[in-house]
Design a protein around this ligand. Sequence first.
Ligand code: ZN
Ligand code: ZN
Ligand code: FE
Length: 329
Amino acid sequence: MELRFNPLLNQWVMVSSVRKKRPWRPKDFCPFCPGTEEMGTGWDIKYVRNKFPMLKDNPPKPKKNPPFKSAPSFGECLVLVETPEHNPEDLNALSLGQMIKVIRMMQEITEKYTKHPRVNYVAIFRNKGKEIGVSLLHPHSQAYALPFIPLRIRVELENSGKYFKRFGRCLFCDILSAEIEQKERVIYSNNHFYAFLPYFANWPFEVHVYPKRHIQLLTQLNEDEIIGLADILRAVTASLNTLFNKSMPYVMTIHQAPVKGTWNYYHLHIEFYPILRDENKLKYAAGIEMGTWSFTYDFVPEENAYRLKEALRKALEIGKVDNLIGKIW
Ligand code: ZN
Ligand code: ZN
Ligand code: FE
């Protein structure tokens, strides 16, 4: 296992051959259910090391052979098993109390690697749905403790840094204020968080979740904000899963600051990339998207935001989610 550097993009690639051995949706057996050797019993939430990690501590053997270079791969890949139950549809089907535990676990993992001398970034994400290529269906998120700051985060840091220099304000705080002022793309909010379909969405039903308070890391969330985040993630997933007559496949990614250094101009947020554009149609990242990283948006963002709000109202009506503490816009 090693990291290989792509000098064209200034980006590291995680090379791992153990991953191809990972089980592909084994029948009749779920490694994340209580009672397995790996999981044990008596837990209501638990994280374990990924048995087929992309990264792990390796003796250093960096190679340089310009223009190529490699670095020892280290860091860790964790699986956050969010509930002992095998079958809940998604985060909206977890109770608020259980979702709070999920957020606390994400904080705990961030905290743990903040102290690790070689970890620079804690990437937490959630892949949901067969269409996304999820290999195990038991509800889970993942965390990668990385030695490097990933490219997408570096781009956000660079641009928000420039913005701060120029205007003396946080770019994310300004985006949030503008979304609130324009109202129409805001889907849901509670006392501490807002969910909106961004003005510049790439995916047809992309949703971003911002905390009101200008903070950089999950570990900075206070008790009330933890409840707020748990609540809004239930609301967003309820909306996505009610939009069409099927469960929505998506990627959820938590964008927090690097765990080393100070990044005062950055602002914690969460992004959802749902991949359905219609009940039976996937939006592929294809030629223009993969080939050039340019997205086309074949809808009106404001209309899709409206559909997400309606879907959330319906989700409440039909009991796909309960006990929401915020309001639908
Ligand atoms: Zn299971
Ligand atoms: Zn901010
Ligand atoms: Fe982001």
